[in-house]
Design a protein. Structure first.
Length: 100
């Protein structure tokens, strides 16, 4: 009965978020934007997307690319020489698939 899966989503701004299949995604991205694109990943069968024609099966790991980076991540270096994320990267929303 175990279902190993998770979901990856891009919001309208282009933030990438992951959720496991038990907790699921929040209704909105933490930046307040709506989800623009989601991918349901079932680790045995591949992933699924919503499309005009209905649920669409994709083979492979579309969530790992090729997603164009829209804006790169920016970091600050603190006095201990750590890199601290200041602005996270955003990604172009693919023109196929969509949010549920
Ligand atoms: Zn966002
Ligand atoms: Zn996918
Ligand atoms: Zn630091």
């Amino acid at each position: 009965m175990s279902y190993e899966g998770y979901e990856v989503a891009l919001c309208e701004v282009g933030h990438k978020r992951f959720a496991d299949c038990y907790s699921g995604l929040n209704a909105w991205c933490d930046c307040g934007a709506k989800w623009a694109w989601t991918c349901d990943i079932d680790q045995t069968n591949g992933c699924y997307h919503e499309a005009e024609e209905g649920r669409m099966r994709m083979n492979g790991v579309c969530h790992e690319g090729p997603w164009g980076e829209k804006t790169p991540a920016e970091y600050d270096v603190c006095n201990l020489n750590h890199l601290h994320l200041r602005t996270e990267a955003t990604y172009h929303v693919p023109d196929w698939g969509r949010a549920r």
